[in-house]
Design a protein around this ligand. Sequence first.
Ligand SMILES: [Zn+2]
Length: 89
Amino acid sequence: MPSSRAASSAPRQRRRAEPPPPLGSLTQADAVTASCSSCGAGRVTRLAMTLTDGTPAVFTSCTRCEHRGWEADGAVLSIDDVVDRTRRP
Ligand SMILES: [Zn+2]
């Protein structure tokens, strides 16, 4: 795992619509090769995490159009799905 990367100073910690990720469940915070499902840009940030109900999901955030999406089990989740799964009954 490369650890000599310069710390990113870009202030893009925006999290308004998403539910806060459960602490300790972030397993990956690296940008990988993927395409935005909205604009097709090749630079998206993917975060693998586990939702409150135990569903392993991937949060995708486009650096170009700011499209945000969720995937679980290879399927796209709607924000409503995610909110549902992160909310306790
Ligand atoms: Zn995009």
